[in-house]
Ligand binder design. Sequence first.
Ligand SMILES: [Zn+2]
Length: 91
Amino acid sequence: MNTCPRCGSTRTTKYGHESRTGMQRHHCKDCGRKYSLGTLFPSKFRITDEKFDELREAFASGATIRKAAARAGAAQDTVVRVFRRLREGAA
Ligand SMILES: [Zn+2]
């Protein structure tokens, strides 16, 4: 079971896979959000999809670790790991 990162609903269905990463995608029946859960980013990152989206955007825009951490409200060592992972092929 998984919960929607936006509204917390558990009324979610599987919704195919992301073509680039192969991650399982889900669709929330309540708010309509489509989202991926972290097969690529295992739970050790302790990061929500919302924060990860922020970090991915920050990474794509070339933000520094410090700025990305402040923007997403994440610990800098978490940002370091996520950025490293993005550089290694998820991006
Ligand atoms: Zn939802």
